[in-house]
Structures are given as structure tokens and as C-alpha cells.
Design a protein around this ligand. Structure first.
Ligand SMILES: NC(=O)c1ccc[n+]([C@@H]2O[C@H](COP(=O)([O-])OP(=O)(O)OC[C@H]3O[C@@H](n4cnc5c(N)ncnc54)[C@H](O)[C@@H]3O)[C@@H](O)[C@H]2O)c1
Ligand SMILES: [Zn+2]
Length: 377
């Protein structure tokens, strides 16, 4: 006896500015209709850079006029370290217990992609799921991580080994929160925009190419449309791609990611996710050339664009023989047959079911030589 089960989810995403200003109603309006209790978890990097934020948050959620009461604001370690063990996840679950939160109460996660992943995982397992509001505060979290339905932490030295798919209650994106971000983490978020433009939207890639210097130099008015377009494309994939919980073998938006996840691990996370993705994009774009699919000048365009964004396209760990273990780890994570996306042309992806080590070596040699060549120009 088998039955089909259909479930509808709402994925609420709001773009705003000045989210914590008293006149801004977005946060308060997003928390209507639930229980009047909330807890918040704040990325330590953001908390240090914005000491005013905690009190602004507390005064927005003061229990008056139907607003929930904010019962706790916890500062959690920002960056990949918060995904390295269960400490943050346990802190969220414990907080839900201590403050008697029910499933209709609120867990608010404010921070970079790593904090959103770990806090979101805690929120999704307490009572099998308390309402999660994500407030992303890095470029990468705003243009990619917060849009997804994935939550989790690293285990056994493997990225995102433990986690769940869970749709957040709301995602509130405020570009003003990016002001305090380091240059490094500002730049690294644009690799996901390059990635999705190569897969989905050639005109968007041309726009990024055109604006690359402005984006590197943190011109916010140029960056906002790029972040937003990237977020929309990720959201569209979740909502309309037909496989939000990834039951198929292909993971179409993971261009460049088989090597990126392994490079993060091989460098003990010295490379951050966005940088590793940039190198992975350069590698798989050149692999597409080695396959005889993509013209060399298109791969040069991509490498040049990444370099102008201030992103790396190469790293000594690319020659570590353990890099190739990333292929099997990628397959095992998804299950079934190995399926990796390559490029026929910019905006035209195609899946392959094997990765040839001789072509990978040639692609690495090629991007290594161009990395030095382009950085001189
Ligand atoms: N769930 C998903 O679908 C998904 C998608 C893409 C990436 N990710 C994950 O996201 C993580 C990377 O996220 P990231 O690139 O946002 O980096 P990050 O979360 O590691 O944060 C980078 C640094 O910026 C600091 N920071 C955050 N916001 C700040 C601000 N506004 N001002 C000052 N400092 C600030 C943090 O404390 C940290 O030190 C990886 O773990 C990656 O696997 C998840
Ligand atoms: Zn990614």
C-alpha cells in the first residue's frame, strides 16, 4: 500500500534596509501569528562589529502590541568553527527547552552562512521544528545560503555530513548589515553569483563581468542587484526546480562544489567556502574546456572575472592527491550515480557521470599557469 504525500510550504523572503530601525516593521510583521516567545542567536563577528545590535533587537521584540518577547540573545562563534561540533546546535535545543518554546515560537538566527546552518539545524530538531527566522549578514549568506532549505554541521571532517532539510519560516535580507563585513568575506560571496550565472543566466554573467571592479570595491548600489538576482535564482531553483529536498542524483546548483568542499577540508578551512567555490568554478570551467565542450576563451573570461572580483582561482592543495577523494565523497553524500555539472557554454550546463583524473590534472595545470599570468595583468 503506498500513498502519495503532498505538502505545501511557504518560503517567505523579504529584502529590506534598516531592518532593526524602529520604523521598520518587517521583523515584527514576520513574527505575527505565532507564539509570543522568541530567542535569538547572534554571530560573534557581527556582534563585535555592531555592539548596538543586541539592544536594537531587544527593543524591537519587547512583548508589546502583539510582538513576541525576546527571552534570550546568545552570541555564538561566527565562521566554520560553529559547524565543527554540536555545541551551537545543543545551545539552541537547550534554549528552546529552558524558555519553554513551542513549535509556534521563534528561533532567530542572525549571521553568516555557518551560523545560519548550525542554528537552523538546532531549531529544526527541537520539537522536530521550531519556527526559524534567518537574518543573513554576509554576501554569501544573503545571495545563497539563507535561500536554501539546508541546515547542518560538519562531522567526521566532512562538510555538512549531519543535517536536515527544513524550510525556514522567513528570511529577512538587509544589505545595510553588510557594512561591517571584512573585505575577504565581502568578496567571497560573489563566487556563488558567478556560479549561478554560469548555470542559469548568461546576461547576468555579463553584468557581473562588467561590474566586477565596482563589486570588489564594495560599491553597495552595484552589489545589491547582483546579490538580489543571485538570491532570486537560488530561490527559484528551490521553489520551481522540482527537487527541493534533493532526492535526485543531480544537484544542479553545485557547479564547482565537488572540489570546493574537499579544498575547505584539506586546508582545515583556511580557505573559506566562497573562496573554495571560486577555485572549484575555475577548475570545472577549465575541465569543460578539456572535455572539448567550452572554448578556451570562455574559460579565460570566467577566470578573469573571478580574479577581478578579488577571488582566488588556484591553491597549492589542488595538487594534493586526496583532492580526488572529494569525488567519491560528493557521490556518497548525494547517493546513486556520480552526477556533476559541467558547461557546454556559459548559461548552458550539462551533467556528466564520471570525472577523468587525467583531464582534472590538465585543468589544474592550466588554471595554475593562468593564475600567475592573469594576476600580472
Ligand atoms: N545551507 C546552505 O544551503 C548553504 C549554502 C551555501 C553555503 N553554506 C555554508 O555557509 C558557510 C559560509 O558562510 P559565509 O560565507 O557567510 O561565512 P561565515 O558564516 O563563515 O562567516 C564569515 C565571517 O564573517 C563574520 N561575519 C558575519 N557577518 C558579519 C558582519 N555583518 N560583519 C562582520 N563580520 C561578520 C563571521 O563571524 C565569520 O567570521 C559555509 O559553512 C557553507 O557550507 C550553506
Ligand atoms: Zn556553495
Amino acid at each position: 500500500m503506498s500513498q502519495e504525500i503532498r505538502v505545501d510550504f511557504a518560503h517567505r523572503v523579504v529584502f529590506t534596509r534598516g531592518l532593526f530601525d524602529p520604523a521598520n516593521r518587517v521583523l515584527v510583521d514576520s513574527l505575527r501569528g505565532g507564539a509570543p516567545r522568541a530567542v535569538a542567536f547572534l554571530d560573534s563577528g557581527l556582534a563585535a562589529a555592531r555592539p548596538d545590535l543586541e539592544s536594537k533587537l531587544r527593543s524591537s521584540l519587547d512583548g508589546r502590541d502583539g510582538r513576541p518577547s525576546l527571552l534570550e540573545v546568545s552570541i555564538v562563534p561566527g565562521g566554520e568553527v560553529c559547524k565543527s561540533d554540536r555545541e551551537v546546535v545543543d545551545a539552541v535545543v537547550t534554549s528552546v527547552d529552558r524558555h519553554h518554546l513551542c513549535r509556534r515560537s521563534w528561533v532567530i538566527a542572525i549571521g553568516g552562512g555557518a551560523v545560519l546552518d548550525a542554528v537552523g539545524y538546532g531549531a529544526s530538531i527541537a520539537h522536530r521544528g521550531v519556527r526559524l527566522v534567518r537574518i543573513p549578514t554576509t554576501v554569501l549568506a544573503q545571495d545563497d545560503a539563507a535561500m536554501g532549505v539546508k541546515n547542518g554541521i560538519n562531522r567526521f571532517g566532512k562538510k555538512n555530513f549531519e543535517g536536515v532539510f527544513a524550510v525556514p519560516w522567513a528570511v529577512l535580507v538587509d544589505s545595510d548589515l553588510l557594512a561591517t563585513l571584512s573585505d575577504r568575506h565581502w568578496r567571497s560571496g560573489f563566487s556563488e553569483a558567478v556560479k549561478i550565472s554560469l548555470l542559469r543566466d548568461e546576461a547576468f554573467f555579463r553584468q557581473i563581468e562588467l561590474d566586477a571592479d565596482d563589486l570588489r570595491q564594495r560599491r553597495l548600489e552595484r552589489a545589491i542587484p547582483v546579490i538580489r538576482r543571485c538570491a532570486e535564482l537560488h530561490l527559484d531553483h528551490i521553489a520551481n526546480g522540482g527537487d527541493p529536498f534533493e532526492s535526485r542524483e543531480a544537484r544542479p546548483l553545485d557547479f564547482g562544489h565537488w572540489s570546493a568542499h574537499k579544498l575547505e577540508q584539506l586546508t582545515s578551512f583556511e580557505l573559506c567556502h566562497g573562496e573554495a567555490v571560486s577555485i572549484g568554478i575555475a577548475l570545472d570551467t577549465q575541465y569543460s574546456v578539456e572535455l572539448g565542450w567550452l572554448p578556451q576563451q570562455e574559460s579565460d573570461r570566467v577566470a578573469n572575472c573571478l580574479l577581478r572580483l578579488g577571488l582566488p582561482i588556484c591553491h597549492p592543495s589542488l595538487s594534493d592527491p586526496r583532492l580526488l577523494e572529494g569525488i567519491e565523497e560528493f557521490r556518497e553524500h548525494l547517493g546513486g550515480k556520480l552526477t556533476v555539472t559541467m558547461l557546454r557554454s556559459i548559461g548552458a550546463p550539462q551533467d556528466v557521470n564520471e570525472l577523468r583524473s587525467d583531464l582534472i590534472s590538465r585543468a589544474i595545470a592550466s588554471i595554475s599557469s593562468r593564475s600567475t599570468e592573469f594576476s600580472k595583468t
